[in-house]
Structure formats: structure tokens, C-alpha cells
Ligand binder design. Structure first.
Ligand code: AVJ
Length: 320
């Protein structure tokens, strides 16, 4: 069995590199330094995130998995079989694979920025499911969602589990949902997992676990930036921080300087004073009402929701 894999670059490697350097330099030099959370996911980062999903404190993954297990028959009735399942941020493809039995997709299209990681995953999955046509795609869908022509148009089902939509602001989230809506015909739809607003005492430990895996995940972004930019970040100089802001309904993650220091790259320099922070992630939480509102605004008129008993997490099937 030969797996098909397409790596999509909108620009040639040089242009991509220049754009990436400009983007990273600007975000590091801005008064509130920041790094986009998409840079978490180098190969080690993807593995660390996999490990986070197994932590006792990190409730989203197992809560969502329990919702899928309990309601997958209802979901299958709502969605129908034979879809073109487009898995955004597929990672190890495990969540989609657990639904193959119930959903029986015709084609499976895992999309991920971590190219090597998803390539390996889809190759082994294709052997287990030879009857499903699989097409791996390596691309950053946060900016644009232009799928290759090999992706079927019929019954497109965007699959976006794990509350990854939480990394975007409401405006950005609606824009991404709208791009999904425009990419599918009226027979298409979206199956999406969303983390819900809840008590700070549940939320904060999920992003600051006792084992220190989230701290390692957060710090590893600096390894990736050093590699991409040629910067000289020293991981031992930085400390993981995570806070829930009830007013903004989001977790904010930072790396905080343990001492006064300077970071240098390509003739540039940024000074940090002790206690100064680099913002690395927002993870927005929704209420069922606020998320249905976002779906409606994006052009998904009909929605169905499944949730756990505690109301911690929700899965939506949305259609035009
Ligand atoms: C992959 C964006 C859903 O926000 O919960 C986990 C990433 N960051 N722990 C999340 C993450 C720290 C995760 N998402």
C-alpha cells in the first residue's frame, strides 16, 4: 500500500524562511513579546502534547473521548456515512481513527503543520484501513485553507477536535470556521470539540500540571525558535506560567525570565528584565451559547451538541 502525501507550500523555501524570520523577529521585539503557539509543534513538541493528553489534570482529551464513545452512534446518524473527513491538526490521527468504525468515511485527509509526524501516522493507519482512501497534507491551515484538488468535494466533513479552536480569538475563530463553511458544499459540515468555561480550580492545574509536562511543552518552543531563527535562548533562564482570566474566558500561558538577560539572533537583540514574560498561548473557553453564536455567524445554521455530565466539554455537529 502506497500512501499519498502532499506537502503544500504557498511560497518557496527561501520566501517562507524570510517571512518566518520577519514574523518571529517582530513578535519577539514587540513591547509584549510573544510567540505563536503553532511553534510548539516540532517533533518533540508534538510528542510532549501527546503526553499532556494522558495527564490526570488535563481533562479535555479524556472528556472529549468519553463524549465520542458515548454518542458516536448519534453522531453517525447526524453525519451519515461516506464523508470526506478532513482532519485539521490531525497529529497522530488517533481521534479520527476511533470514529472510522461509526462514520465509515470514503476519504480521510489528515492535515498538520508537523509534516513528518503526520506522514508517519497516516502511513501506518492506511495499512489498518486499506478500504479508506487516505491523503496526508502538510500545511499551516491557520492562514489559508486551500486544499489540494485530490480532496473530494462530496460530503466534506471538517473534523477539528481537542478544542484547538481555543487558540484563536473570537474573530479569528469565526474567520476559520467560515473558511471551512466555504470549502464545503451544502452536503458538508463540521464536527468540532470545544472546551467550556468552568472553575479556575479545574482549569489552571490542567495548564500547570504537577509532573511539569506542560512546563516542558511550553519551554520546548524555545528549542524550536532557536532552530528556526538561530537565536540563543537558554531554557534554564525561563519559567512556565499559566493563568485563567475569567473576564476574557481564556487561559494565558507565558515564559517568564528568571533573571535580567539578552537574547540575540541575526544581528538583533532583545533585552528582558527578570520577571518579564513572553506570551506563548491563549486557550479560549466557550459557553454552549457563545459557541453556537460563532458557528451561526460563520454560516453554519444548524447545530447539534453533545456534552459530558459535568458540562466541561462539548462536541458540535454543525451544517449549513
Ligand atoms: C491543542 C490548543 C487544544 O489549549 O488545551 C495544552 C494546547 N497548551 N496544554 C489547549 C495546550 C497547554 C491545547 N490545544
Amino acid at each position: 500500500l502506497q500512501t499519498r502525501f502532499i506537502q503544500l507550500y504557498r511560497e518557496d523555501a527561501d520566501e517562507l524562511n524570510t517571512r518566518l524570520h520577519i514574523e518571529l523577529s517582530n513578535s519577539l521585539l514587540s513591547p509584549q513579546a510573544s510567540l505563536s503557539p503553532k511553534y510548539f509543534y516540532d517533533t518533540l513538541g508534538s510528542r510532549l502534547f501527546q503526553a499532556i493528553c494522558a495527564l490526570p489534570e488535563y481533562y479535555p482529551t479524556r472528556t472529549e473521548a468519553a463524549i465520542f464513545t458515548q454518542y458516536r452512534q448519534q453522531m453517525a446518524e447526524s453525519i451519515g456515512t461516506g464523508s470526506t473527513m478532513i482532519d485539521l491538526g490531525a497529529g497522530d490521527c488517533a481521534k479520527a481513527a476511533s470514529l472510522f468504525g461509526a462514520l465509515r468515511p470514503e476519504q480521510y485527509v489528515p492535515v498538520d503543520i508537523s509534516v513528518d509526524f503526520v506522514r508517519g501516522a497516516v502511513e501506518s493507519l492506511q495499512h489498518t484501513y486499506p478500504q479508506i482512501d487516505m491523503l496526508g497534507v502538510g500545511m499551516d491551515f491557520s492562514a489559508r485553507l486551500d486544499l489540494p484538488d485530490e480532496v473530494r468535494r462530496e460530503k466534506r466533513l471538517f473534523f477539528y477536535p481537542g478544542s484547538s479552536i481555543g487558540n484563536f480569538t473570537l474573530r479569528e475563530a469565526i474567520a476559520l470556521l467560515r473558511r471551512m463553511r466555504l470549502s464545503c458544499d451544502d452536503d458538508g459540515g463540521l464536527l468540532i470539540g470545544v472546551d467550556l468555561v468552568k472553575d479556575k480550580n479545574i482549569l489552571e492545574p490542567a495548564y500547570d500540571d504537577a509532573l511539569g509536562l506542560t512546563a516542558a511543552f511550553n519551554l520546548n518552543i524555545l528549542n524550536n525558535i532557536n532552530r528556526l531563527l538561530g537565536s540563543d535562548f537558554e531554557l534554564k533562564d525561563w519559567q512556565h506560567k499559566a493563568f485563567y482570566h475569567p473576564d476574557k474566558q481564556r487561559i494565558e500561558m507565558y515564559l517568564e525570565a528568571r533573571r535580567d538577560l539578552a537574547v540575540r539572533w541575526q544581528g538583533k537583540q532583545r533585552d528582558f528584565v527578570r520577571g518579564e514574560r513572553i506570551h506563548t498561548e491563549n486557550s479560549y473557553k466557550y459557553t454552549p451559547e457563545s459557541f453556537i453564536g460563532a458557528l451561526n455567524e460563520a454560516g453554519f445554521a444548524r447545530t447539534r451538541m453533545w456534552t459530558d455530565e459535568q458540562g466541561w466539554f462539548a462536541v458540535f455537529h454543525a451544517t449549513p
